[in-house]
Structures are given as C-alpha cells and as structure tokens.
Design a protein around this ligand. Structure first.
Ligand SMILES: C[S@@+](CC[C@H](N)C(=O)[O-])C[C@H]1O[C@@H](n2cnc3c(N)ncnc32)[C@H](O)[C@@H]1O
Length: 255
C-alpha cells in the first residue's frame, strides 16, 4: 500500500470511528432521503437492465469503496441476493457488519483487489474512485474482476466543476485530487484494457446534488410534496444535463 493510500486509510478509519448513528441515512425509509440518495443508482440500474435485455437481480454484485455499505444495502433492497461490500477501512466494514446482515464483506484496497479475474458479475463504485491516488488503476481493477458489467458513479468533468468545484479534498492529513470523468476518458481506459472484445459503453451526464436538493425540498416535508419539489428541480435541470456535475458510466461486457 503506498504512503498516500495509507494516509487516506488512516483518515477514513477516523471518519468511520464516529458513532454508527451517523450513517442512519443509509437505512432510513424517509421517502425524500431515499429519493435523493438512490436516484443515481436507480438510473444506473435502469441502464444496465436495458443493456442486459431483462432482469439482472440474479447477478452477483461487488461494491468497491463501499464505506459502511449504503449502496450494498440498496442492491439488497432491490432484489439482489449476492451482494459484497468492500472498503479498505476496517471501521467502515465493522459498521456495515452491524447495519445489514444480508451483506458479505471484504477488506480490499480498490487499487489492488485481492480477487480473481471475472469474479463478480456486476462491479460498482459510487464516489470512491476520486479518493484514490490512482483512479484509473481503480477502474482497471473493476474491469478486471467484472464478469458482465461495471457501474461508475463519480463526478463529471466540465467548466462548472472547473469554475466552482473542489479540486482538493482534505481528510485530516490526507489529501486527494478530485478526479472527474467524461465519456472519452472512460471509453479510452476501457478500450485500452479490453481491446476489441465485444462490449457496450454508456455514459449519462446529469445534475445531482443530494444534500442541496434535500435541503430545499425538505422545507415542503419529506412526503409526496417534498419529492415532487425535488423531482421538479431535477426536471428543470434536465435540459442542461449536458453541463451536469455527475457522471454515470456503464460498461456492459457482451458475451
Ligand atoms: C466518500 S466515501 C464513499 C463511500 C460510499 N461509496 C458512499 O457513497 O456512501 C469514499 C470511500 O472510499 C474508501 N476508500 C478510499 N480509498 C480506498 C482504497 N484505496 N481502497 C478501498 N476503499 C477506499 C473510503 O474508506 C470510503 O469509504
């Protein structure tokens, strides 16, 4: 493990040593929180279903940089029965173990996963690659261990991000550059690894900021009115999704 990765790990161990109640938003059934938190995952799953041409719930799922397991729980709640959450923080995985007994757990460094090639059907990361000192290496690893598909939910590069986005994130002594993706960087990295094997690549660019949208919409309650407001904000932003701050990248390895 490189020194930079070790520093990141120490910082995240600290963050995840906080009391478990702090991660309650991963489990709450509050409809507005669920809507804003799960929106990108729903969009990604819909896109994968289209590429698969049908049901995907029988696929085994590996979550990379999964923290306390919020995304893993999302998959378990949506009919996936074989879901493994991974992270390099033992504290995060400890919280995960207590949070959701349905999940399998593995301590893994995303840049160098101790896993066989093609060992999980669907390999997913949300807001994790940009914490790595070598984000491309993280994606290379995901592609290597994925049998059928990879889903990447990360920041999208663009002029808005350049103008007002955070370039450097600091957690304690650890610092990381916020690496942002786009169709071209995603496509080139995939092609350089998989060469001309059959595959489909999809990218969705969109606006998404769950905490800000939640703050505004929750003023109208967390029921149907709050959700209506949140959906309306995203509907207003949809015509300018081409400038959006978020990236959903999907690789489908066609058999
Ligand atoms: C911002 S959190 C996101 C957690 C989760 N995906 C979510 O959205 O709730 C980033 C996660 O990446 C993990 N992480 C950072 N570097 C890692 C690495 N090299 N290997 C595995 N996990 C790593 C951290 O421990 C942390 O859980």
């Amino acid at each position: 493990m490189s020194d930079t990765t070790q520093e990141q790990r120490n910082a995240f161990e600290n963050i995840f040593s906080a009391e478990a109640a702090r991660w309650h938003f991963h489990d709450t059934k509050d409809p507005l929180i669920r809507y804003v938190r799960d929106r990108r995952l729903h969009l990604a799953l819909d896109a994968v279903r289209k590429l698969a041409g049908g049901s995907i719930e029988s696929l085994s799922v590996l979550l990379v940089c999964g923290g306390v397991g919020g995304e893993a729980t999302f998959f378990a709640n949506h009919g996936f029965s074989d879901v493994t959450n991974t992270d390099f923080s033992e504290n995060a995985l400890d919280v995960c173990r207590h949070r959701d007994e349905r999940l399998k757990i593995r301590l893994l460094n995303a840049e160098n996963m101790d896993l066989e090639d093609l060992s999980y059907d669907l390999v997913v990361v949300q807001d994790g690659l940009h914490h790595l000192p070598r984000p491309a290496l993280g994606l290379n690893e995901m592609i290597r261990v994925a049998r059928k598909a990879v889903i990447v939910l990360e920041p999208h590069t663009g002029w808005v991000a350049k103008a007002i986005g955070t370039d450097w994130e600091r957690h304690g002594n650890a610092v990381n550059f916020v690496y942002r993706w786009n169709l071209e960087s995603f496509r080139q990295l995939i092609l350089s690894q998989l060469l001309d094997s059959p595959k489909s690549i999809r990218v969705i660019r969109l606006w998404d900021h769950n905490s800000v949208i939640h703050k505004i919409a929750s003023k109208f309650g967390s029921g149907s009115l709050g959700i209506f407001i949140a959906k309306s904000i995203y509907a207003c932003l949809a015509p300018i999704n081409a400038f959006g701050n978020n990236f959903i990248g999907i690789l489908w390895k066609t058999p």
